[in-house]
Structures are given as C-alpha cells and as structure tokens.
Design a binder for this molecule. Sequence first.
Ligand code: NAD
Length: 468
Amino acid sequence: MDTLESLLAAIAPTGKSREILNPATGAVVGLAPVHTVDDLEKAVSAAQEAQQGWAALGHVARSEVMLKVADAIDANAEALAQLLSREQGKPLNGPNARFEVGGASAWLRVAASTPLETELLVEDENGRSEMTYRPIGVVGAISPWNWPMMIAMWQIAPSIRMGNAVVAKPSEYTPLSVLALVAVMNTVLPAGLVTVISGDREIGAALSSHPSIGKVMFTGSTATGKAIIRNSADTVKRLTLELGGNDAGIVLPDVDPKAIAEGLFWGAFINTGQTCACLKRLYVHDSVFDEVVAELTAIAGAMPMGEGTNEDNVLGPLQNKQQYDVVARLVESARKGGGRVVLGGNPDTSQPGYFYPTTLVADVPNDNPLVQEEQFGPALPIIRYSNIEDAIAMANGVDVGLGASVWSADRSKALEVAARIEAGTVWINSHGGVNPMVPFGGAKQSGYGLEFGVEGLKALGIPQVINS
Ligand code: NAD
C-alpha cells in the first residue's frame, strides 16, 4: 500500500459508492463506499467481539501492537499524504499533509507509550482505596474534514490503548483519508477492532444513539455537538466534545511587530484557516496597530496558495463549497460594516477550485459577523483597542472558548492577561500548537472533556475504585 494507487485499491468499495472530488481541481480522487445503518450494525457487532480479546491483552501488549501500527503508517506516509492532499486540498508541504500524517503516527506512539498508573487515593489505618480504569467497550469516533487523519487518530489512539474497539465515522467530505489510514492500521490490528463507516450525518446520528456504543468522541461544530448530546441522552453515553471555536489573539503595546508577524500568520492561517484552534480574531493595541498590520500583510501576501500537490504551495483551497460560501459572506459583511480590506478579499472565480485568497481586514467593528462568527477559513479580522480591559472583554464576549493567545515582550504581563481569558488553552507569543502529552479541550460551548496525555487516556476508560 505504499503508493496512492495501491491505497485507493485497498479501500475500493464493493457496494454502492460515490465519487470524491479534489477541492482544488474538481478531479475525481477516488470512490467512497456509501455505508448504511446495516453496515453500522455489523461494524458494532464485530467491534464488540474483537474488543474482548484486545482488552484481555493488557496495556503492555496493546502498546507493542500500537507501536507496530505506527511503523506501518510511517512506511506508507508518502502515499497517505498524497491522498490526503488530493482529498482535503491541503498542500503536501508546510504544516499540511505530510505534517498531518507524521502527527497521526506521533500521536499514536505517545498514546501507546504514556504510562497510566493505578492511583492510590487513600491509605490509612481504615484501609486502602485505589482507582484504575476499565475499558468502556465500543467507542464511536465522529470526525470533521479539516484534519481528517490527525483528528481520527486523536480519537482512535487513546481508545484502543485503553482496551476499547472503535467504529469511526469520518466526515462525508473526507472519508478516503480515514478509510486509507485505518486500512494501513488494520494490516497490524486484529480484525474488527477498528472499522470505518463512511456515510453522512444519518450514520452519525445512528452511531450517537446506538445502545452498544459506550462513548462518543466527537470533533466538529457546536451545532452537531448539541445534536449528539441530545441523541446520546437515552443511553447515557460518555462524551468528549471538541467543538467550534472563535479564538482571540491580544497584541499588547510592547511587542516588536516584525518579530511576531510570522507567528501571527501561522496562528491564523495554518491549514488555510480551517483549524479549530486557529487565531480567528486579532485585537491589536492602537500604538502598534498600523505596524502589526503592515508586517502581517507583508508575510501573508508572500505565502503561495494553490493546488496541494504543487510542492511550492503552503496554502490550499477551502475544502468545500459550503465553507467557501461562509468565508465569502463574512468578508463581505466586514467590508460593508466598514472594515478595510488590506489584503485579498477578491476571489478569482474564473479559476476552478474553492480558492479564497488570504484576506486581512483591518478596523473591523467588534460586533461585525466576521468577528462574532467562526469563519473557518483564510480571512482574519483585525480589531483596534486602546484599553486592555476592553480587549479582554471583547475576547471573552463570545459563547465559545477553545483557545486564545497573548502577544507581548513581557512574560509576566502576558501571563496576567492569559489568566483572565475564558479559553481551554492560552498560548503566549504563538497560537495553536498542540502536544500529544499536553491535555487539550474547550471552555464554554467549545465542548467538554480533555484529549491527549494521561488525562486523554483516562477519558477513554471507566474509573473503578477498589476499597480494600
Ligand atoms: P460538522 O459538525 O458539520 O461535522 C462533523 C462530523 O459530524 C461529520 O462527520 C458529520 O457527518 C457528523 N455529523 C453531522 N451531523 C451529525 C449528527 N446529527 N449526529 C452525529 N454526527 C453528525 O463539522 P465540520 O464542518 O466537519 O467541522 C468544522 C467544525 O469543527 C468547526 O466548527 C471547527 O471549529 C470544529 N472543530 C473543532 C475541533 C476541536 O478540537 N475543538 C477540531 C476541528 C474542528
């Protein structure tokens, strides 16, 4: 499976199928199966059966198998990246397709290697209490289209490490990436342990109400997260919800605009802005506003955007028409609302593909839709402030709170501001970097539950206290 052709052959559907198109060109990438609720039932039954033997292996043996799975991913990394680039649109180079496949393998290795000790809670003259984590059983893993392989792995790796089986449902926009990743994993894993069901939101809804699924790991929009909470209520499922964000960045007056410009750029535009914890609103102090805008414009204007398989590009198209329309609508609302478009803003509609140019809009009023709604694309509103209290209030003035950043030459001042921001993660002088050993999760309507690290493993187990 070390070529694109062999990967596509390995996941070729036997039944009903549909074409998946490259968002940069409209060319057919491959065929995805159209699975039904019947297929979901079969996958859940197979998962229940496989899970027993897998759980019985114990942590050490499971970890060994998982490391071999990571080796298999590494051996097929280039073919996986080629497929991901064609299906999702993201370039091969930069922090994009090759980076994502490498990340999927790295996350798997860390989930395999992270120690999880029995916790001694109390030990005194009255006895001893300790806590361990038992497998949940079958986990449903519902993932989005922006980082399809990486996010599916964030869900699958801790699940299997903790002795569970997984039924994964990728986004209907990017099923091939997850089907191919799991096909490679399944050259090592026992049959039935991880199955991909490729279907639309109906399959997602059936999965999130399925009585034999004990937990749903979900990454996607806040609206879908709410539907999953409702659908899972009758079976009291455990949930980890990584939902939408609208991350603010606050630039303090003491920064060196040149020094922070590249960090601001990648914070906002990684994956062409289609990242949950991207910088989506930038608040800049009046005294450095013009300089920050100028430095950011210089960097952003020089970053090549185009078809993902061209090795020169570091930015790609929007993944789908629906997201393209959201970005176009929000930039128009900012323009009409008095924002100054200092870069981009005028898509070339004569070209194929959902390309929206890298766009910076300065002096956008804070109540404009481009600031208040999640754009999830390459268009950054830049808002002027003169009082830090106002900036913090504006940063906290939305009902989501995934990430945020503070930019300053003074670490202690930055930390003071960071502590007042209502977000699951706050970065100082960077934005959006994640680490497989550091827990990640949202505040407010960005969801609940943590992924990564020991906390992430615990979230895929049922805590059990033994009193003796
Ligand atoms: P989406 O909510 O439209 O879809 C996500 C997944 O849910 C897809 O697989 C979809 O088929 C499925 N789904 C849709 N309706 C469902 C239902 N009723 N029941 C069960 N499943 C259903 O999200 P998207 O457009 O694919 O992704 C973009 C969103 O994801 C953005 O809001 C972004 O911020 C968020 N996101 C969050 C994180 C995070 O870690 N917090 C990471 C990446 C993306």
